[in-house]
Write a protein that binds this ligand. Structure first.
Ligand SMILES: Nc1ncnc2c1ncn2[C@@H]1O[C@H](COP(=O)(O)OP(=O)(O)OP(=O)(O)O)[C@@H](O)[C@H]1O
Ligand SMILES: [Mg+2]
Length: 286
Protein backbone atom coordinates (compact mmCIF):
# COMPACT_ATOMS: atom_id res chain seq x y z
CA UNK A 1 0.00 0.00 0.00
CA UNK A 2 1.18 3.49 -0.77
CA UNK A 3 2.75 5.12 2.27
CA UNK A 4 1.94 8.78 2.58
CA UNK A 5 3.92 11.22 4.65
CA UNK A 6 1.79 13.49 6.78
CA UNK A 7 4.72 15.10 8.55
CA UNK A 8 7.08 17.96 7.94
CA UNK A 9 9.91 15.79 6.68
CA UNK A 10 9.68 15.97 2.91
CA UNK A 11 11.32 18.57 0.69
CA UNK A 12 8.68 21.18 0.21
CA UNK A 13 8.98 24.40 -1.69
CA UNK A 14 7.98 27.49 0.27
CA UNK A 15 4.49 28.72 -0.58
CA UNK A 16 4.19 32.35 -1.64
CA UNK A 17 1.12 33.93 -0.17
CA UNK A 18 -1.09 35.93 -2.51
CA UNK A 19 -4.49 36.28 -0.90
CA UNK A 20 -5.70 37.34 2.50
CA UNK A 21 -6.57 34.85 5.17
CA UNK A 22 -9.69 35.75 7.12
CA UNK A 23 -10.37 33.69 10.24
CA UNK A 24 -13.89 33.63 11.67
CA UNK A 25 -13.69 32.84 15.37
CA UNK A 26 -15.88 32.84 18.44
CA UNK A 27 -15.56 32.11 22.13
CA UNK A 28 -18.77 30.12 22.30
CA UNK A 29 -20.40 27.43 20.19
CA UNK A 30 -23.44 28.23 18.09
CA UNK A 31 -22.54 31.90 17.85
CA UNK A 32 -22.79 32.10 14.04
CA UNK A 33 -19.27 31.36 12.77
CA UNK A 34 -20.37 29.00 10.01
CA UNK A 35 -23.24 31.23 8.88
CA UNK A 36 -20.87 34.20 8.74
CA UNK A 37 -18.11 32.31 6.94
CA UNK A 38 -20.25 30.95 4.11
CA UNK A 39 -22.16 34.19 3.60
CA UNK A 40 -19.09 36.39 3.68
CA UNK A 41 -17.36 34.06 1.21
CA UNK A 42 -20.36 34.12 -1.15
CA UNK A 43 -20.66 37.92 -0.79
CA UNK A 44 -16.98 38.33 -1.68
CA UNK A 45 -17.34 36.10 -4.73
CA UNK A 46 -20.64 37.48 -6.00
CA UNK A 47 -20.35 39.96 -8.87
CA UNK A 48 -16.61 40.15 -8.48
CA UNK A 49 -13.81 38.32 -10.17
CA UNK A 50 -12.31 37.47 -6.82
CA UNK A 51 -11.19 33.93 -6.22
CA UNK A 52 -12.57 32.89 -2.86
CA UNK A 53 -11.96 29.71 -0.89
CA UNK A 54 -13.30 28.45 2.42
CA UNK A 55 -11.40 26.09 4.65
CA UNK A 56 -13.61 24.31 7.17
CA UNK A 57 -11.29 24.52 10.15
CA UNK A 58 -13.76 22.90 12.51
CA UNK A 59 -12.03 19.59 11.91
CA UNK A 60 -14.29 17.50 14.15
CA UNK A 61 -17.76 18.84 13.45
CA UNK A 62 -17.36 21.10 10.44
CA UNK A 63 -20.59 21.85 8.65
CA UNK A 64 -19.62 24.29 5.90
CA UNK A 65 -20.49 21.62 3.31
CA UNK A 66 -24.00 21.35 4.73
CA UNK A 67 -24.45 25.12 4.91
CA UNK A 68 -23.59 25.33 1.19
CA UNK A 69 -25.41 22.17 0.12
CA UNK A 70 -22.24 20.52 -1.09
CA UNK A 71 -21.49 16.80 -1.12
CA UNK A 72 -17.70 16.87 -1.02
CA UNK A 73 -15.94 14.01 -2.77
CA UNK A 74 -12.77 14.78 -0.85
CA UNK A 75 -12.05 16.32 2.52
CA UNK A 76 -9.02 17.87 4.18
CA UNK A 77 -8.19 14.41 5.53
CA UNK A 78 -7.50 13.18 1.98
CA UNK A 79 -5.27 16.19 1.30
CA UNK A 80 -3.40 15.76 4.59
CA UNK A 81 -2.65 12.15 3.70
CA UNK A 82 -0.80 13.25 0.60
CA UNK A 83 0.56 16.56 1.86
CA UNK A 84 4.23 15.65 1.34
CA UNK A 85 3.81 15.63 -2.43
CA UNK A 86 0.81 17.94 -2.77
CA UNK A 87 1.15 20.85 -5.16
CA UNK A 88 -1.30 23.67 -5.79
CA UNK A 89 -2.66 22.11 -8.96
CA UNK A 90 -3.46 18.80 -7.28
CA UNK A 91 -4.88 20.58 -4.25
CA UNK A 92 -7.45 22.33 -6.49
CA UNK A 93 -8.91 18.98 -7.44
CA UNK A 94 -9.71 18.28 -3.78
CA UNK A 95 -11.90 21.37 -3.44
CA UNK A 96 -15.68 21.35 -3.83
CA UNK A 97 -17.02 24.11 -6.02
CA UNK A 98 -20.14 26.00 -5.00
CA UNK A 99 -22.43 27.69 -7.56
CA UNK A 100 -21.32 31.12 -6.28
CA UNK A 101 -17.76 30.35 -7.38
CA UNK A 102 -16.57 29.77 -3.79
CA UNK A 103 -14.35 26.71 -3.47
CA UNK A 104 -14.48 24.69 -0.27
CA UNK A 105 -11.94 22.53 1.51
CA UNK A 106 -14.32 20.37 3.48
CA UNK A 107 -13.80 19.06 7.01
CA UNK A 108 -13.36 15.31 7.56
CA UNK A 109 -16.52 13.24 7.41
CA UNK A 110 -16.17 11.91 10.94
CA UNK A 111 -14.84 13.52 14.17
CA UNK A 112 -12.27 10.77 14.80
CA UNK A 113 -10.61 11.60 11.47
CA UNK A 114 -9.69 15.07 12.73
CA UNK A 115 -6.61 13.65 14.46
CA UNK A 116 -5.30 12.39 11.12
CA UNK A 117 -4.93 15.97 9.97
CA UNK A 118 -1.70 17.24 11.52
CA UNK A 119 -1.07 20.91 12.35
CA UNK A 120 1.74 20.88 9.77
CA UNK A 121 -0.65 19.66 7.06
CA UNK A 122 -3.28 22.26 8.01
CA UNK A 123 -0.75 25.07 7.89
CA UNK A 124 0.54 24.00 4.50
CA UNK A 125 -2.96 23.57 3.07
CA UNK A 126 -4.02 27.01 4.32
CA UNK A 127 -0.96 28.67 2.82
CA UNK A 128 -1.40 26.87 -0.51
CA UNK A 129 -5.06 27.90 -0.68
CA UNK A 130 -4.14 31.50 0.18
CA UNK A 131 -1.56 31.42 -2.61
CA UNK A 132 -4.20 30.38 -5.14
CA UNK A 133 -7.07 32.64 -4.06
CA UNK A 134 -7.68 36.30 -3.29
CA UNK A 135 -9.39 35.34 -0.04
CA UNK A 136 -9.24 32.29 2.13
CA UNK A 137 -11.91 32.26 4.81
CA UNK A 138 -11.44 29.88 7.69
CA UNK A 139 -14.37 28.73 9.79
CA UNK A 140 -12.56 27.91 13.02
CA UNK A 141 -13.49 25.61 15.85
CA UNK A 142 -14.88 27.14 19.02
CA UNK A 143 -12.56 29.05 21.37
CA UNK A 144 -8.80 29.23 21.18
CA UNK A 145 -7.64 25.65 20.86
CA UNK A 146 -4.24 25.11 19.33
CA UNK A 147 -5.61 24.53 15.83
CA UNK A 148 -7.66 27.72 15.92
CA UNK A 149 -4.69 29.70 17.25
CA UNK A 150 -2.69 28.45 14.31
CA UNK A 151 -5.27 29.89 11.90
CA UNK A 152 -5.48 33.13 13.84
CA UNK A 153 -1.71 33.55 13.78
CA UNK A 154 -1.65 33.10 10.00
CA UNK A 155 -4.70 35.32 9.40
CA UNK A 156 -4.58 38.86 8.09
CA UNK A 157 -7.90 39.63 9.70
CA UNK A 158 -9.84 37.85 12.41
CA UNK A 159 -13.55 38.33 12.92
CA UNK A 160 -14.47 37.49 16.49
CA UNK A 161 -18.18 36.87 16.71
CA UNK A 162 -20.27 37.49 19.77
CA UNK A 163 -23.95 37.74 20.53
CA UNK A 164 -25.60 39.86 23.23
CA UNK A 165 -25.93 36.95 25.63
CA UNK A 166 -24.11 37.44 28.93
CA UNK A 167 -22.08 34.23 28.55
CA UNK A 168 -21.04 35.11 25.02
CA UNK A 169 -19.93 38.61 26.05
CA UNK A 170 -18.02 37.32 29.07
CA UNK A 171 -16.20 34.68 27.03
CA UNK A 172 -15.53 37.07 24.16
CA UNK A 173 -13.91 39.50 26.60
CA UNK A 174 -11.66 36.71 27.89
CA UNK A 175 -10.85 35.67 24.33
CA UNK A 176 -9.88 39.21 23.36
CA UNK A 177 -7.73 39.57 26.47
CA UNK A 178 -5.94 36.34 25.63
CA UNK A 179 -5.38 37.48 22.06
CA UNK A 180 -3.99 40.74 23.38
CA UNK A 181 -1.51 38.82 25.55
CA UNK A 182 -0.47 36.81 22.51
CA UNK A 183 0.06 39.97 20.48
CA UNK A 184 -2.74 39.05 18.06
CA UNK A 185 -5.21 41.78 18.94
CA UNK A 186 -4.39 44.20 16.10
CA UNK A 187 -6.04 42.12 13.43
CA UNK A 188 -9.22 41.45 15.37
CA UNK A 189 -12.55 42.95 14.43
CA UNK A 190 -15.54 42.22 16.65
CA UNK A 191 -18.83 41.25 15.02
CA UNK A 192 -21.99 41.46 17.11
CA UNK A 193 -24.17 38.78 15.59
CA UNK A 194 -27.93 38.75 16.18
CA UNK A 195 -27.46 42.35 17.30
CA UNK A 196 -31.18 43.17 17.19
CA UNK A 197 -32.19 40.38 19.56
CA UNK A 198 -33.93 41.20 22.86
CA UNK A 199 -31.31 41.44 25.56
CA UNK A 200 -30.37 43.32 28.71
CA UNK A 201 -27.06 44.11 27.03
CA UNK A 202 -27.58 46.66 24.28
CA UNK A 203 -25.73 46.20 21.00
CA UNK A 204 -24.37 49.75 21.14
CA UNK A 205 -22.74 49.08 24.53
CA UNK A 206 -20.74 46.08 23.29
CA UNK A 207 -17.66 48.00 22.06
CA UNK A 208 -17.32 49.69 25.46
CA UNK A 209 -17.85 46.46 27.37
CA UNK A 210 -15.29 44.65 25.23
CA UNK A 211 -12.87 47.56 25.05
CA UNK A 212 -12.89 47.85 21.26
CA UNK A 213 -13.38 50.98 19.18
CA UNK A 214 -15.73 49.65 16.54
CA UNK A 215 -17.80 46.60 15.77
CA UNK A 216 -19.85 45.24 12.92
CA UNK A 217 -23.51 44.60 13.66
CA UNK A 218 -25.41 41.75 12.04
CA UNK A 219 -29.17 41.69 12.69
CA UNK A 220 -31.14 38.84 14.19
CA UNK A 221 -33.31 36.93 11.74
CA UNK A 222 -33.68 33.39 12.92
CA UNK A 223 -36.26 32.45 10.26
CA UNK A 224 -34.09 33.55 7.37
CA UNK A 225 -30.91 32.02 8.77
CA UNK A 226 -32.46 28.65 9.56
CA UNK A 227 -34.12 28.51 6.16
CA UNK A 228 -30.77 29.35 4.57
CA UNK A 229 -29.03 26.60 6.54
CA UNK A 230 -31.75 24.06 5.81
CA UNK A 231 -31.68 24.77 2.08
CA UNK A 232 -27.92 25.14 2.01
CA UNK A 233 -28.17 28.47 0.17
CA UNK A 234 -26.26 31.41 1.69
CA UNK A 235 -28.80 34.20 2.25
CA UNK A 236 -26.54 36.77 0.56
CA UNK A 237 -27.34 34.97 -2.70
CA UNK A 238 -31.12 34.76 -2.59
CA UNK A 239 -32.15 37.37 0.02
CA UNK A 240 -29.95 40.15 -1.24
CA UNK A 241 -32.29 42.96 -0.13
CA UNK A 242 -32.55 41.74 3.48
CA UNK A 243 -30.92 43.69 6.31
CA UNK A 244 -28.98 40.55 7.13
CA UNK A 245 -27.48 40.30 3.64
CA UNK A 246 -26.76 44.04 3.57
CA UNK A 247 -24.76 43.75 6.80
CA UNK A 248 -22.63 40.95 5.35
CA UNK A 249 -22.14 42.77 2.03
CA UNK A 250 -20.93 45.78 4.02
CA UNK A 251 -18.27 43.61 5.66
CA UNK A 252 -17.26 42.20 2.27
CA UNK A 253 -17.03 45.68 0.73
CA UNK A 254 -14.82 46.89 3.55
CA UNK A 255 -12.55 43.89 3.20
CA UNK A 256 -12.22 44.56 -0.52
CA UNK A 257 -11.61 48.28 0.04
CA UNK A 258 -8.93 47.54 2.63
CA UNK A 259 -7.23 45.14 0.26
CA UNK A 260 -7.30 47.65 -2.59
CA UNK A 261 -5.82 50.34 -0.36
CA UNK A 262 -2.98 48.07 0.73
CA UNK A 263 -2.38 47.06 -2.91
CA UNK A 264 -2.15 50.63 -4.13
CA UNK A 265 -0.28 51.99 -1.13
CA UNK A 266 3.03 53.43 -2.39
CA UNK A 267 5.84 51.00 -1.74
CA UNK A 268 8.02 51.90 1.24
CA UNK A 269 11.06 53.83 0.19
CA UNK A 270 14.34 52.08 -0.11
CA UNK A 271 17.09 53.12 2.26
CA UNK A 272 18.93 54.74 -0.65
CA UNK A 273 15.84 56.77 -1.63
CA UNK A 274 15.38 58.06 1.93
CA UNK A 275 19.03 58.93 2.11
CA UNK A 276 18.85 60.81 -1.19
CA UNK A 277 15.84 62.77 0.06
CA UNK A 278 17.48 63.64 3.35
CA UNK A 279 20.55 64.92 1.52
CA UNK A 280 18.24 66.86 -0.91
CA UNK A 281 19.01 64.81 -4.01
CA UNK A 282 21.97 63.18 -5.63
CA UNK A 283 23.80 66.49 -6.26
CA UNK A 284 24.70 66.90 -2.60
CA UNK A 285 26.55 63.62 -2.68
CA UNK A 286 29.25 65.16 -4.74
N1 LIG B 1 -27.81 36.57 12.41
C1 LIG B 1 -28.51 35.54 12.87
N2 LIG B 1 -29.83 35.66 13.14
C2 LIG B 1 -30.52 34.62 13.64
N3 LIG B 1 -30.02 33.41 13.89
C3 LIG B 1 -28.73 33.23 13.63
C4 LIG B 1 -27.90 34.27 13.11
N4 LIG B 1 -26.65 33.78 12.95
C5 LIG B 1 -26.69 32.49 13.36
N5 LIG B 1 -27.93 32.16 13.77
C6 LIG B 1 -28.38 30.87 14.30
O1 LIG B 1 -27.41 30.38 15.19
C7 LIG B 1 -27.21 29.00 15.01
C8 LIG B 1 -25.74 28.70 15.02
O2 LIG B 1 -25.12 29.27 13.85
P1 LIG B 1 -23.78 28.64 13.30
O3 LIG B 1 -23.93 27.20 13.04
O4 LIG B 1 -23.32 29.51 12.20
O5 LIG B 1 -22.85 28.88 14.57
P2 LIG B 1 -21.41 28.26 14.86
O6 LIG B 1 -20.72 29.27 15.73
O7 LIG B 1 -20.76 27.90 13.60
O8 LIG B 1 -21.81 26.97 15.70
P3 LIG B 1 -20.97 25.66 16.01
O9 LIG B 1 -20.36 25.89 17.36
O10 LIG B 1 -22.00 24.57 16.01
O11 LIG B 1 -19.95 25.50 14.92
C9 LIG B 1 -27.87 28.60 13.70
O12 LIG B 1 -28.85 27.64 13.96
C10 LIG B 1 -28.48 29.84 13.16
O13 LIG B 1 -29.82 29.63 12.84
MG1 LIG C 1 -19.95 26.06 12.95
Amino acid sequence: MEQRDNGPGADQAPVTKRGEIIAVAGAKGGIGRTVMTVNLAAALAKNTRLQVAVLDGDLQFGDVGLAMDLQPTFTIKDVAEGIATMDGFTLSSYLSRHGSGVRVMAAPERPEQADLVTPHAVERIALMLAAQHDYLLVDTGVGLQEQTLQFIEKADQVFVLTTLEMVAIKNTKLMLETMEMLGLRDKVQVVVNRATMESVIKAGDVPDILGVETAYYVPNDFGMVSQSLNLGIPFVLNQTKSELAKAVYKMAEQLIARREISHFKPKPQSLLQSLLQKTKGPASFF
